[in-house]
Design a binder for this molecule. Structure first.
Ligand SMILES: [Zn+2]
Length: 499
């Protein structure tokens, strides 16, 4: 197969004419924040010693009976209501049969033809417009265990702590047309789950996982092209990179007259490419059938009504409230509410110092920049971050009171991020308080003027640029602590007096 650069002349002409449209559907697995597993009483706590959190039910002993965790049903309904789904009054749990060492029962309990939620949608903000992504379904299922390879030579070990952890699988329609839409959809969905407090959304720890179905088709056509399913996408970056790689591979293959096969591919972050894992299985390969140990899940309208009434404020609502209550621009409100922890952090800071605009600016500016520089933007919750909300607010209050300048504040902020200490402590210890008393500033200015007679003469002869130079010297002499407004006033007066 020839690559696009070495393709035949005919191919090059063909490619110039043919444009492709990308079609993406996403399947998200969200791990639910329940205390116990989906069909037994074992704890869901993360990071326990291998196989500590297991029992005969989640390790698949014969003859045991699973009992559905009511909280899982409630969380599924919450998610369905928050994403505009129809909630099925009767749904079924089904066995999905396959063999793998981390699945001792030989089947996973999931939902198949009767899922709990169907026909929803999520509105995703895209550069000032809104894109509606439809949801095919949301269903409940259990997670499998985990195989650990290469620990001692050839040995493979199985840890079943994760077996039976409750998951929601959230399946979108193939409505996504670009990597940007995929990214924004995932961020919006994750925010909704975090606001509902049913999933922590941590991609690194695998509690928010995404598989992507990707295909391309000639622009203007409606039939779906051959799709591949991408797995192992454990960060937002991986999702984008893997989808971009696949789109390119599909277009190159088709442009060269090649054929694609339906298959599952894995993203390899080290080599920045996808590779084939297996040819795509079809649903009938799994021989799904209703689990005979579990009754249909019957939900009465009253319970749905109760859950609907108890839904918390969701990202869209909070964004609108931030704009009206705090008079913050739409873009900033969007950034602040895109994660619940950040929105909480913002409102927590306001209880210490009520200046919404300044606090919003510091969070979306310096704080986000610092998190990104330190590669913490995807990993850490702000609640675990060294700069506490009340300390950020206290620092902004120091600027407002004229105790530190905006410039010095950046130094204070970095020191707060390094040490987790309060701005007052840092300012006092490093002697960063702004000098505002006229006497000290005058003294510094007198010294500078005495040391630069030639520049003073030049200024008085009409060279205005010298003023900036002299201000710079004053700030340098006071280590940036002179109140810049006062320094300007006094310097101007002194130069006019001809001192
Ligand atoms: Zn168990």
């Amino acid at each position: 197969m020839s690559s696009p650069r070495t393709g035949t002349k005919r191919n090059l002409i063909y490619k110039a004419v043919m444009k492709y449209e990308t079609v993406i559907g996403l399947e998200v697995h969200a791990q639910l924040l329940t205390q116990s597993k989906i069909f037994c009483g074992c704890s869901t706590k993360f990071g326990q010693a291998p196989n500590q959190s297991t029992c005969p039910i989640c390790t698949g002993f014969p003859g045991v009976l699973p009992v559905l965790n009511k909280k899982v049903v409630e969380f599924a309904i919450r998610t369905g209501l928050a994403s505009n789904c129809e909630i099925a009054c009767s749904s079924r749990l089904a066995r999905k049969n396959y063999f793998y060492p981390d699945l001792p029962k030989g089947y996973q309990i999931s939902q198949y033809e009767l899922p709990i939620c169907t026909n929803g949608h999520i509105d995703v903000a895209m550069n000032g417009t809104v894109k509606r992504i439809r949801l095919t379904r949301i269903h409940m299922e259990e997670d499998a265990g985990k195989n650990i390879h290469d620990l001692r030579g050839d040995a493979s070990l199985v840890d079943l702590n994760r077996a039976g952890i409750p998951l929601l699988e959230i399946v979108s329609e193939p409505d996504i047309r670009s990597t940007e839409e995929a990214r924004n959809y995932l961020r919006t969905l994750r925010a909704i789950l975090q606001y509902l407090e049913i999933c922590d959304g941590n991609m690194e720890e695998g509690s928010f996982r995404c598989d992507a179905n990707v295909s391309v088709r000639p622009e203007g056509t409606t039939a779906l092209g051959t799709k591949v399913e991408l797995k192992n996408l454990n960060s937002f970056k991986a999702v984008e990179k893997a989808i971009e790689f696949e789109i390119r591979r599909h277009i190159e293959t088709l442009s060269d007259g090649g054929r694609l096969i339906q298959e599952t591919r894995l993203w390899d972050p080290d080599r920045q490419e996808t590779r084939s894992m297996r040819t795509k299985e079809f649903a009938h390969d799994y021989r799904y059938f209703p689990d005979p140990d579990l009754l249909p899940v019957v939900i009465d309208e009253a319970w749905i009504g109760e859950i609907r009434a108890s839904l918390p404020e969701l990202p869209d609502g909070r964004k609108a409230r931030f704009m009206s209550q705090y008079d913050i621009p739409a873009y900033d409100a969007e950034l602040l509410t895109s994660r619940k922890d950040i929105a909480d952090y913002f409102e927590s800071a306001l209880t210490t110092h009520r200046n919404p605009k300044a606090i919003a600016n510091w969070i979306t500016g310096e704080l986000f920049r610092l998190l990104k520089d330190r590669k913490l933007d995807e990993k850490v919750y702000i609640t675990e971050w060294p700069v506490q909300a009340n300390n950020l607010a206290a620092m902004i209050a120091l600027i407002a009171q004229g105790k530190i300048s905006g410039k010095i504040a950046k130094t204070v902020f970095e020191a707060m991020a390094d040490s987790g200490r309060s701005p007052q402590e840092i300012v006092a210890e490093k002697g960063l308080e702004q000098v505002s008393d006229s006497e000290s500033i005058e003294k510094a200015i007198d010294q500078i003027l005495a040391a630069h007679p030639k520049q003073v003469a030049d200024y008085q002869a009409g060279n205005q640029k010298i003023f900036g130079f002299l201000v710079g010297q004053i700030m340098k002499a006071t280590q940036g602590k002179a109140n810049p407004q006062k320094a300007n006033e006094i310097l101007k007066r002194k130069l006019m007096e001809g001192n």
